[in-house]
Design a protein around this ligand. Structure first.
Ligand code: ADP
Length: 152
């Protein structure tokens, strides 16, 4: 059983995340979309809302499960016996940020591998931050979020 964890805030999920998940599906038996809960961070959507959005977006996808966790991602991966961490890379800035985390994770849990998928060019400018800004300003986010994203 090859299980990957895709950790993220998913505040909210975008078509960029969705594309990475769909491209990774053939590589794993299961992908756990794991919402990391950081009590020092404030979020736009509540944890319950983010879980319910993910459930709706991946309804009927047997290889995808949704979870939340707090604490270290490596510890969470060990607990659920995941062998891989999945992340997406849009830009050089993403790469620098992700490189540090992946190296630290490797040090803490050598048996865990992080795999990165390079974002498709048309998704490289899409971020949860931009989607939140559009929402705050009353704009239409439908081009940037998965088709089943619930209407508010
Ligand atoms: P975090 O708060 O951990 O950065 P995010 O939900 O913002 O969580 O992102 C989770 C992962 O998805 C990260 O690896 C990020 O680089 C990746 N990601 C975010 N947006 C995109 C996108 N448009 N295309 C590809 N990967 C993306």
């Amino acid at each position: 059983m090859k299980r990957a964890v895709f950790p993220g805030s998913f505040d909210p999920i975008t078509i960029g995340h969705e594309a990475i998940i769909n491209r990774a599906l053939p590589l794993f038996d299961e992908i756990v979309l794991a919402i990391g809960v950081n009590s020092n961070k404030s979020y736009f959507f509540t944890l319950e809302e983010r879980i319910s959005v993910l459930e709706k977006c991946f309804e009927g996808q047997p290889k995808i499960s949704i979870a939340s966790y707090s604490g270290l991602t490596t510890e969470y991966c060990k607990t659920i016996k995941a062998s891989h961490i999945l992340r997406g890379l849009r830009t050089a800035a993403d790469f620098e940020f992700e490189r540090t985390i992946a190296l630290m994770n490797k040090k803490m849990a050598p048996e865990l591998e992080t795999i990165f998928l390079i974002s498709e060019p048309e998704h490289s400018a899409i971020s949860s931050t931009v989607v939140r800004d559009i929402l705050k300003n009353g704009g239409d986010i439908s081009d940037f979020v998965p088709t089943n994203f619930p209407k508010k």
